[in-house]
Design a protein around this ligand. Structure first.
Ligand SMILES: *Cc1c(COP(=O)(O)O)cnc(C)c1O
Length: 385
């Protein structure tokens, strides 16, 4: 059997023989329909409503964050969180080049510029060693730490927990703390992932989640800002609701702000999904275990497991294949032809049109990961196949 046939057969053994198997399909059941119907019946469909409060409380409880502020999507959450962390015009923000474009876009929307850094082979996340190199070379000035490669202040570091696998977040926060640089965690993919029992997104000064349709929990579109800091939470709420001062009828606003609050209709969907999240997580772990076992005998294909000391939500299951880009693309073509929706990693951010003119660090590990990782069908419902 050829390597591509072997790859397709191994995935089919796990997911069954449905003609088309999507990469990640949301699981919507009667509970979601009930909650959304209740919301419609209440007429409170927009950004004021009880479901928003209930969803925020639920996420704060689930993650252990002191505060959770629901917003329109993960990108707007990250933009606002960066601003609250003190990132401003002219700053650099350290970002892994191996991430979804939203991570870099949020930095740009906050007025700053991403400075792309390498990833770690074993966690797929931002390399702490690579960050240390940038920080060590930086100059200490009255304005803050200045990136030696760009002469710009380093405003923040944004680690990302790739595919749901936690990066070395405690170590990164410790290093960043030594240099006085805030950490804002992009935990868009890692709802349900923990390190030593502590939830990803709660290690940095602020963290963000995404509830886009392809994430482990969806609100259609949505995001969340997490923080333990009372004042930052108050500011996040104010800034995402047009900075309106509370009053029974007057429209008084005390700064230029955003209309980024999550509508109640989306939060109703979120409340139902959150109730079912423990089940999604258990199903995903079973699916991951089955893939791991299935790929154990496949030559040249290695299933990506959660880093030691962490628990991953296995948002997207992935494998690492040898043979470079042509081998990767051969498997992608065969799997997609066979009705198995498989995807590579995002093209690296330092190569994307809006960012490729920017200076960046050396990124050999990210390049190797990009050329070798294939994401395979990961819907929680597949655990029942
Ligand atoms: C999904 C995602 C986001 C946020 O996306 P939205 O679609 O704006 O909710 C941010 N970063 C990463 C790494 C993501 O995967």
């Amino acid at each position: 059997m050829s390597a591509t046939e072997d790859f397709v057969r191994t995935i089919r053994d796990v997911v069954g023989d449905e003609p088309f198997v999507g990469l990640h399909v949301p699981h919507i059941a009667d509970l979601e329909k009930q909650r959304v119907q209740e919301c419609l019946d209440s007429t409170f469909v927009s950004s004021v409503g009880a479901f928003v409060t209930e969803f925020e409380r639920g996420i704060a409880d689930f993650t252990g964050a002191g505060h959770a502020i629901a917003v329109s999507n993960g990108t707007s959450a990250l933009q606002v969180a960066l601003g609250l962390a003190g990132v401003g015009a002219g700053d650099d923000v350290i970002v892994p080049t191996l991430s979804f474009v939203a991570t870099a876009n949020a930095v740009a929307h906050a007025g700053a510029r991403p400075y792309f850094v390498d990833s770690d082979e074993s966690t797929l996340g931002l390399s702490v060693e690579a960050v240390k190199e940038v920080l060590r070379a930086a100059r200490v000035t009255p304005e803050g730490l200045v990136n030696a490669a760009t002469d710009r202040r380093i405003g923040a570091i944004v680690p990302m927990h790739t595919l749901g696998h936690p990066m070395c977040i405690a170590e990164l926060v410790a290093v960043a703390g030594e240099y006085g640089v805030p950490v804002v965690e992009d935990a868009a993919e890692s709802l349900g992932s923990t390190v030593g029992g502590r939830h990803t997104g709660t290690f940095g000064l602020l963290g963000i989640l995404s509830f886009n349709g392809n994430k482990i929990l969806t609100t259609g579109g949505g995001g969340m800002i997490l923080t333990d800091d009372d004042e930052l939470a108050r500011r996040a709420r104010h800034l995402t609701t047009t900075a309106k001062l509370p009053h029974r009828w007057e429209f008084e606003h005390d700064e230029i702000a955003y209309n980024y609050r999550m509508p109640n209709l989306n939060a109703a969907l979120g409340v139902a999904q959150l109730e079912r999240l423990p089940r999604f997580l258990a199903d995903k772990r079973r699916l991951a275990a089955r893939y791991q076992q299935a790929f154990a005998e496949t030559a040249d294909v290695e299933f990506l497991t959660e880093p030691v000391g962490t628990e991953s939500n296995y948002w997207l299951c992935g494998v690492r294949v040898s043979g470079g880009l042509s081998a990767r693309d051969g498997l992608l073509e065969a799997a997609n032809d066979a009705g198995l929706q498989c995807r590579p990693f995002w093209n690296l951010l330092h190569t994307q049109v809006p960012y490729r003119h920017l200076p960046h660090a050396a990124v050999p590990v990210a390049e190797a990961l990009h050329a070798s990782v294939v994401c395979i069908p990961s819907s929680p419902a597949l655990a029942a196949a």
